[in-house]
Ligand binder design. Structure first.
Ligand code: HEM
Length: 132
């Protein structure tokens, strides 16, 4: 039987293994490898993000929409649904590889939902930029 996602240690394990896949990905790895220099801090921040998301603890403070709009601008607004699809596939695969249960399902659902919001937010942001 696989493990349930029960605490921060499990979330950190998931985040670390997920980013191993992301960084090695031929199509989207460079977005991350180019923009992130302090990987230790990034992994810690993303562990905070998902721990906050899943367990309601107040750790992550940030604005993912603003950050992804910056990432999109940095790469000349070339990010498409393809990048989000690949990201989500790695997320689902990493979760399924190590975990099962309610929290595992919740993390899949939340990421899927958030990907739509982030992507739509990018579109809106691009439009605003072209109006000025
Ligand atoms: C699909 C759902 C996604 C989720 C849930 C997600 C979540 C996050 C979060 C929470 C952060 C940290 C934000 C902060 O600094 O406070 C982050 C950073 C980042 N994300 Fe995403 N992300 C997603 C998709 C993507 C995609 C598709 C790309 C690239 C094509 C991407 C590229 C990045 C990069 C490069 C950073 C680091 C930016 C920096 O520190 O300068 N993300 N992401």
């Amino acid at each position: 039987m696989k493990k349930q996602i029960e605490n921060r240690t499990d979330v950190a394990f998931l985040v670390n293994h997920f980013y191993d896949k992301i960084r090695a990905d031929e199509e989207i790895g460079f977005y991350f490898n180019e923009m992130i220099s302090d990987w230790e801090a990034h992994l810690e921040k993303l562990t905070d993000f998902w721990e906050t998301n899943l367990f309601g603890v107040r750790k992550y403070k940030g604005n993912p929409h603003a950050v992804h709009n910056e990432v999109d601008a940095h790469f000349d607004e070339k990010i498409t649904s393809n990048e989000f699809g690949i990201w989500l596939n790695h997320w689902f695969q990493t979760i399924d590889e190590y975990f099962e249960g309610e929290n595992a399902d919740t993390l899949k659902r939340r990421a899927r939902k958030m990907s739509t919001f982030l992507f739509m937010s990018m579109f809106k942001h691009r439009q605003k930029e072209s109006e000025v």
